[in-house]
Design a protein around this ligand. Sequence first.
Ligand code: HEC
Length: 135
Amino acid sequence: MPNHLPVFTVIALSLLNATAMATEVIDSTGEENFVRYCAACHGDGGRGDGPVATAIAKPVPDLTGIAARRGGKFPRQIIKNAIDGRWQIDAHGTQQMPVWGFEFWISEGAGDFSEPRVDRILDGLVDYLASIQAP
Ligand code: HEC
């Protein structure tokens, strides 16, 4: 982990802790978790038009166009890793998106037993994204 967390990670972390009390993240559908954690930037329908999008240094991608941007293919593992974020190399620049794999790992108890739960949450999100791809 970097020595100082990006400011959005810190904001997201406090949001995550607040909402995790109300509903278990792991028991929510991918769509529910998307609305809860992703829509602020990516928009309710994933089109990159969330209320916070204009405050982000980088353009927020339209997630309904993941497949369209890749010749009609939806590469599950690459998308899952992009959401997870823990495997990105720091030297490649400041990541604009919170490191969700880390956020969910914390919310799921921060132990060895947390990893399969993080995996399930990420899979739910990837399933949801696969379901909203534009034709
Ligand atoms: C703080 C704003 C923000 C939030 C919240 C956010 N994202 Fe992102 N997302 C971005 C930005 C900006 C990018 C472009 C890449 C980058 O800068 O990291 C991105 C990129 C992505 C990509 C890669 C798209 C592609 O075509 O390669 C995926 C997938 C994604 N986000 C999914 C999610 C999911 C799922 C969540 C919720 C768990 C989420 N994002 C929450 C800002 C955000």
